[in-house]
Design a protein around this ligand. Structure first.
Ligand SMILES: CC(C)(COP(=O)(O)OP(=O)(O)OC[C@H]1O[C@@H](n2cnc3c(N)ncnc32)[C@H](O)[C@@H]1OP(=O)(O)O)[C@@H](O)C(=O)NCCC(=O)NCCS
Length: 154
C-alpha cells in the first residue's frame, strides 16, 4: 500500500470511492450525498483550504480522507475539518484507515495545521490522537449523529 497527497488527477475516482463506501455502509441515498459532497469539495475548494490524502493498492484506490479549512471567528490558528473519511469496502478491516489517518495527520502537522476536528467513534479516532470535544468548544450547524473529536498539533 502506498499513500499519496496528489489528488487532482484522481478526483473522479476519489468521489466514486466515497459514494461506494457510504452506499455500502449507510445506503445508496447517503452514498450519493457523500459522493456529491466529495465531488463538490474537490472541484470548488481553493487549494490553500484543501488537503486530500489517499492510499493505493497498486493502481486501485483503497482509501481517501479530506481536510478542509474551518474559519473560526477571532481565532488565528490553522483549523481543519476532517471529513469525509472512507476505505473501499473490499479493503476495510486491514488497517488501511488507521494508516491513512496517521499519514494524513503527519502531513497536516508538517503543513503547519494547528487543529483538526471531526466526528465519529472516539475509540477509532482516539487511536490516531483525537480526543473528545464538546459542541460548546466546537459549535455545530445542526445536530450531530456522532460524538465530536479534535486533534491538536503538539
Ligand atoms: C470507518 C472506516 C474508514 C474504517 O476503515 P478501515 O480501514 O476498515 O479501518 P482499520 O482497518 O484501519 O481499523 C479497523 C478497526 O476499526 C474498527 N472500525 C471499523 N469501522 C468502524 C466504524 N465505522 N466505527 C468504529 N470503528 C470501526 C474495527 O472494529 C477495527 O477495530 P480493531 O482494530 O480494534 O479491531 C471504514 O470502515 C469505512 O470507510 N466505512 C464506511 C464510511 C465511514 O463510515 N466513514 C467514517 C465516517 S466517521
Amino acid at each position: 500500500m502506498q499513500h499519496s497527497s496528489d489528488f487532482k488527477p484522481h478526483a473522479t475516482a476519489i468521489a466514486q470511492m466515497f459514494e461506494e463506501a457510504f452506499s455500502t455502509s449507510e445506503g445508496p441515498e447517503e452514498g450519493a450525498l457523500i459522493g456529491k459532497l466529495a465531488r463538490d469539495m474537490l472541484s470548488d475548494t481553493p487549494d490553500t483550504d484543501l488537503h486530500v490524502y489517499t492510499t493505493w493498492d497498486g493502481a486501485t484506490l483503497a482509501g481517501a480522507i479530506i481536510f478542509s479549512r474551518l474559519h473560526v471567528p477571532n481565532d488565528h490558528r490553522s483549523v481543519f475539518l476532517l471529513a469525509p473519511v472512507a476505505v473501499a469496502p473490499d479493503q476495510q478491516g486491514q488497517g488501511v484507515g488507521q494508516s491513512l489517518l496517521q499519514y494524513g495527520l503527519s502531513e497536516m502537522r508538517r503543513e503547519g495545521a494547528d487543529v483538526a476536528v471531526t466526528y465519529g467513534d472516539p475509540v477509532y479516532y482516539g487511536k490516531v490522537g483525537f480526543k473528545p470535544v464538546t459542541t460548546e468548544t466546537v459549535p455545530a450547524h445542526g445536530p450531530c449523529r456522532c460524538p465530536k473529536v479534535g486533534w491538536r498539533n503538539p
